[in-house]
Design a protein around this ligand. Structure first.
Ligand code: URA
Length: 425
């Protein structure tokens, strides 16, 4: 059947349901340049405003998978399991998590992303390691999975429709949409050849979807999509009101991930890494002991070094640090109040850790170091945050973003649980 873009847009604009054939046509047309950016932008906004039925989301996801290649690494040895986060602030979890899971006996084909909106991207962080490349061919990914057991790579030929739509969403204010997030995440993950999947669905100020109800619905939608495609999928609902750990940016987050791999690091980063690892190993059917042991005994660090070396990186070269910095100190003593993840994310973005337009380079040395976390005692004059950038005139706007995101008070703030719930189909 023949379609035209205005009719498809009009159907969704007026609250209608897109047919399977219309979805297949529009995704294929956009992937191959027959549907223009402005037409897809209008359709994305209509989807943002009107939503999609579960059947439309499933078909949109399938059409995005069909836009590219689908990996099958089933012939390789260990069980393949992956995790994906819906996007957080200070979310460096993939970096320690992949080697922990590897050290416990599973394999991880991890298609990762670059920064989207205010959230950081695992690939931008890892590329701050000298020489590291995430641009791997399918043959390289296969060889690395067979040798090292894990690869962290740019989605590349997987779901190319998502790559185009993802970039367009970033510049058309259509990122925060449940059907678009669910289909974006699941198209890449179902195409990449993992046999089971664990999702880290973020909730709160630093998440794309702000309310717990929306995040629950997102998690349930993605779990259903995975299970219906024969990939057993489960999700953890986790708190993203404040940044994870003490760093937000690129190289600063890698440095913190290395602390975790060395058996130290912030408690919340360790807790989430270990909880997600246990879920992944369980989902993959791997009989395992406590994943935290691999952080204490150095085996996860060994696996990470192997992975980085295989992808051209050199962990013995120093990580970049922004050439300019500014430190915020406490005017009065007390207790650090809650820290708003969104304010810190926007500060890091202004410093150059993220992009203002698709394809722009990021500054690897840009970011924010949090010296005092919520609930920690603060003395007058003590350092609270240090901001890093290579561009001195970025410091003032970043400081302005950060200003309203923290306070020092008399009492510790009320902090809810880091892991809010677990959702399984
Ligand atoms: N991660 C993705 O891959 N896509 C989204 O839309 C959001 C987070």
């Amino acid at each position: 059947m023949e379609f035209d873009a205005p009719s498809v847009i009009r159907t969704k604009r007026d609250g209608g349901v897109l047919s399977d054939a219309a979805i297949d046509w529009v995704i294929d047309g956009y992937t191959h340049g027959r549907v223009a950016d402005e037409q897809m932008s209008a359709l994305l906004m209509a989807i943002f405003l009107r939503g999609m039925t579960p059947a439309e989301i499933a078909r949109w996801t399938a059409a995005m998978i069909d836009s590219g290649e689908r990996f099958d690494f089933g012939d390789l040895g260990p069980p393949m399991v992956d995790k994906h986060s819906t996007g957080g602030v200070g979310d460096k979890i993939t970096i320690p998590l992949v080697p922990v899971v590897l050290a416990c006996g599973a394999a991880v084909p991890q298609a990762a992303g670059r920064g989207l909106g205010h959230t950081g991207g695992t690939l931008d962080k890892l590329e701050s390691i000298a020489g590291f490349t995430a641009e791997l061919s399918t043959a390289q990914i296969r060889a690395q999975l067979a040798g090292v057991g894990a690869a962290i790579f740019a989605a590349g030929g997987l779901a190319p429709a998502d790559r185009k739509i993802y970039a367009l969403r970033d510049v058309t204010a259509t990122t925060e949409s449940l059907p678009l997030i669910a289909s974006s995440v699941m198209s890449k993950k179902l195409a990449e050849g993992a046999r089971s999947l664990v999702l880290d669905v973020k909730v709160g100020k630093g998440a794309f979807l702000k309310t717990e109800a929306e995040s629950r619905e997102l998690a349930a939608t993605m779990v259903a999509l995975g299970n219906a495609s024969g990939v057993p999928t489960r999700a953890l609902l986790t708190d993203m009101n404040r940044p994870l750990g003490r760093t937000v940016g690129n190289a600063v987050e890698v440095a913190e991930a290395l602390e975790v791999l060395a058996g130290g690091g912030p408690e919340d980063v360790v807790t989430l890494t270990v909880a997600l690892a246990a879920e992944m190993l369980d989902a993959a059917g791997v009989d395992h002991t406590d994943p935290a042991e691999t952080l204490r005994n150095g085996t996860a660090m060994d696996r990470f070094r192997e992975l980085v070396t295989a992808q051209g990186g050199d962990l013995d070269r120093p990580l970049p640090v922004g050439a300019h910095s500014e430190t915020v100190t406490a005017g009065t003593g007390g207790v650090m109040g809650d820290i708003d993840a969104m304010a810190v994310a926007m500060a890091a973005w202004r410093l150059g850790a993220g992009r203002a337009a698709p394809g722009q380079p990021v500054q690897f040395g840009a970011g924010v170091r949090i010296h005092r976390r919520p609930g920690e005692p603060v003395a007058a004059g003590e350092q609270l945050f240090t901001l890093y950038t290579d561009t001195a005139d970025r410091l003032a706007p970043a400081l302005a973003e950060l200003e309203s995101g923290w306070s020092v008070g008399a009492a510790a703030p009320e902090i809810g649980p880091l892991i809010i719930d677990r959702i399984e189909g």
